[in-house]
Write a protein that binds this ligand. Structure first.
Ligand code: CA
Ligand code: CA
Length: 95
């Protein structure tokens, strides 16, 4: 599965993933299927990366991308999460 690329063995290596892949992956963790990612769901996603997000706390990530402060990452904010991931984790989003 393509998403295996999403788990770099060592930190600092660039991982290419498309925005669509990223969104699709994140949606898998949308347990209550409301189309938004809450803290619990984000935590699950972080756990699933097996270390990719390990240096960051779910709360911190949520706070930095949750523009309207409703406690959820919605469709628009997912794009911000992607930018955040690019900066913090060396992820590279390809079109
Ligand atoms: Ca949800
Ligand atoms: Ca929000």
């Amino acid at each position: 599965m393509a998403f295996k690329k999403f788990q770099p063995r060592s930190r600092g290596c660039k991982v290419d993933v498309s925005m669509e892949e990223f969104k699709k992956w994140l949606k898998k963790f949308d347990d209550d299927r409301d189309g938004r990612i809450n803290m619990e769901e984000l935590r699950e996603a972080i756990r699933a990366t097996g270390g990719w997000f390990s240096q960051a706390k779910a709360g911190r990530i949520l706070k930095s991308v949750d523009t309207n402060s409703d406690g959820f990452i919605d469709e628009d904010e997912i794009s911000k999460l992607v930018v955040f991931a690019e900066k913090q984790f060396g992820l590279r989003i390809v079109a």
